[in-house]
Ligand binder design. Structure first.
Ligand SMILES: [Zn+2]
Length: 197
């Protein structure tokens, strides 16, 4: 369980800025963990804003909704730069589905953290071929704290770090409806993906 090292140290009380990354496969509970941290910041009376890429229209336009229907209000944005314009005087910024932003998000996150804000990012660290999913790896490198959460392999019940796509689509960005993916452990993932080296 992640324990905040600096809760209560909001920008107004002299926060130094901090970047946290929550990564993992589909069904690993990334969004739930993001929401948990944001709710705790709210309890600490910090000003919280949540953003997500407008491309993620799976559930609703203005809420971050995890697979188990936990909900928190959020703002969909078309470009990473919009977050700079919209984050104003908030202390804590959550960004969900970060893998759908382009590399501009790295500059945006750097700028926001230097303003003394706490940035919490959640996203897929690997694509459906088991390859690093930029810009997540770069964000993990510049973060103070990286938390990898795991799903359960739907084949064998072991810990799962891979998102196995059940359809034949080769699109990198194919939104994560439950029926299109399964969480898989390394062994079960590569057993059925012999085309991947
Ligand atoms: Zn397995």
């Amino acid at each position: 369980m992640f324990i905040e090292p600096s809760i209560g140290r909001s920008k107004s009380s002299g926060g130094k800025g901090q970047i946290e990354v929550i990564c993992g496969s589909m069904f690993s509970g990334k969004t739930e963990e993001l929401i948990r941290r944001l709710n705790r910041a709210k309890i600490a009376r910090q000003k919280v804003e949540i953003f997500k890429p407008a491309v993620d229209k799976r559930y609703s336009d203005s809420d971050v909704v995890s697979h188990d229907e936990t909900m928190i209000r959020s703002t969909p944005v078309d470009f990473a730069g919009d977050i700079l314009l919209l984050s104003g005087d908030c202390d804590v910024i959550g960004i969900d589905e970060v893998q759908f932003f382009d590399e501009e998000i790295i500059t945006v996150v750097q700028k926001l953290s230097r303003q003394g804000k706490r940035i919490i990012l959640a996203g897929l660290d690997m694509d459906f071929e088991g390859r690093p999913f930029e810009p997540m790896p770069s964000l993990m490198a510049i973060a103070e704290f990286v938390t990898k959460v795991h799903a359960i392999c739907m084949k064998c019940g072991d810990l799962a770090a891979f998102s196995f796509r059940l359809s034949d689509s080769k699109m990198k960005v194919m939104l994560g409806e439950k029926e299109a993916y399964e969480a898989r452990c390394r062994k079960c993932f590569f057993e059925e993906r012999r085309d991947v080296t």
